[in-house]
Each structure stands twice: as C-alpha cells, then as structure tokens.
Design a protein around this ligand. Structure first.
Ligand code: HEM
Length: 216
C-alpha cells in the first residue's frame, strides 16, 4: 500500500494515472459521440437511444466511474502542472506535453481548463437540469435541439469541440509516451491514430451543433 502511494506521488506515477484516465476518457468520448450521431436520424431515434442508456440499471455505477475518471484526471493534471512550474529543471517543459513541442502540446494547460468549463456547462444543460423536468414532459432530444440551435449554445458547443480537438491532437500520443509504449518503430502510427481520433471527435461532435444551427 505504502509503495503504491509512493508510486502515485512520483512524477512517473502521476503520468501513468494521467495516461490511463485520459485513454479511458477517450474511449468514453468515442462511444458518447457515436451515440449522439443518432440525432441525424431524428428526435425519436435519439430519444430511443437515450432511453436505452437511461433504463440500464448499471447506469449509476457507470456514471460514478466516469465522474471518478474526470476528477482524477483533472486533479493529477493540476498536480503535474503546478509541480512543473515550481521545478527549476523542468521550468521550460510541459510534462503533459512530451515528445516534440507543438501548438497542441504547449496549449494543453489552457485547453484542459477550457474543457472543464465546457463540461460544467454541458452537465448542467443535459444531465443536471433534466432532474428538474416533469417526467411526463421529459424530451431529451428537444432539450438538445433547443440548446444547440440557440446562438449562444451553438457558439459554446462548436468552439468547445475545436478546443477538444486541439487537446486530443496531442493527448493520445502523450499517453502512450507516459506509459513507455511509444517505441520509435510505432511512434508514427500512434501519432496518426491520435490525430485521427482528434479529427473524428471534432467532426462527429462538432457536426451536430453546425447541422442543427444551419440546417436543422
Ligand atoms: C455536440 C457535442 C455533445 C452533445 C450534443 C452531447 C450530448 C449529451 C447529452 C444529451 C447528454 C445526456 C445523456 C443522458 O442523460 O441520457 C450528455 C451527457 C454527458 N456528456 Fe455530452 N455531448 C456532447 C459532447 C460532450 C463532450 C465533448 C464531453 C466531454 C468532454 C461530454 C461529456 C458528457 C458527460 C460526462 C455526460 C454525462 C454522462 C452521464 O452522466 O450519463 N459530452 N451529453
């Protein structure tokens, strides 16, 4: 136990935690995005999909796990960033942004907090506020459409998806690097996969506010 706590307190241990929680959240995002695509098939298809998820008895457990992943990922990001700032040797390097520096790697410190702001707005919009809706009037698709069709909702959601893309552009390869899995032979493939996922998330998530605002 003691050695596990020691490991978590070490720089490498913190990077491991960041990497594992980050990769798990990436998986959640891909599944969440795929589910959201049902909106293109109409409000009924989306509500049916949402009902399938909401009626699963294991949902509270999954939500608790997801919350834990977000909280741990964010807390460890804060630990790592503040530790880097106070460490003289690492002063000019971002530990979150390993490998060659790029715009995406050097802006992780700002894209992360911006995504946290988005997440709080987003959870209020579609997860928390639904608790106050009369169950007989509950229509998740109508809530999503109304929010994303409004100018404010459109701007928040489309800009946040661009920020998500920037964060993910670097995050995937950084996680593999942290886990010691970025063998030079596979580095190009890992980078390409990470960037592919970033583009997929931007197009998949970001297409929805654009579609609803301009065409829907
Ligand atoms: C256009 C983009 C997005 C749309 C339209 C969207 C839509 C939704 C909707 C409708 C829900 C409620 C699901 C339900 O309660 O049945 C939800 C939940 C959630 N979304 Fe999103 N989402 C988007 C992007 C994102 C992004 C980028 C993130 C993470 C950075 C995210 C994280 C979450 C989380 C954590 C929940 C709560 C899951 C739960 O507790 O069941 N979403 N989203």
């Amino acid at each position: 136990m003691n050695s596990f706590v020691k490991f978590l307190n070490s720089s490498i241990g913190r990077k491991y935690v960041m990497a594992i929680t980050g990769l798990s959240l990436t998986l959640f995002l891909l599944v969440h995005m795929a589910g959201n695509l049902t909106l293109y098939f109409g409000a009924d298809a989306f509500n049916e999909y949402a009902h399938l998820i909401e009626s699963n008895p294991l949902l509270p457990l999954a939500e608790a796990g997801l919350l834990a992943l977000f909280v741990v990922h964010i807390l460890f990001a804060v630990f790592l960033t503040t530790k880097n700032k106070s460490s003289r040797t690492d002063k000019y390097r971002s530990d979150l942004g390993m490998g060659a520096k790029s715009f995406a790697s050097t802006t992780m410190w700002i894209t992360g907090p911006l995504l946290l702001v988005f997440l709080l707005i987003h959870l209020w919009d579609f997860r928390i506020s639904k608790e106050f809706v009369d169950p007989s009037e509950y229509d998740l698709a109508a809530m999503v459409i109304a929010r994303l069709k409004s100018p404010f909702g459109f701007v928040i959601y489309s800009l946040s998806m661009a920020v998500l893309g920037l964060h993910m552009w670097h995050a995937f390869q950084s996680a593999f690097q942290s886990l010691g899995l970025a063998h030079p032979r596979y580095r190009g493939l890992i980078q390409l996969t990470g960037r592919g996922i970033a583009v997929l998330l931007v197009v998949g998530f970001g297409g929805i506010p654009c579609y609803l605002f301009f065409a829907g």
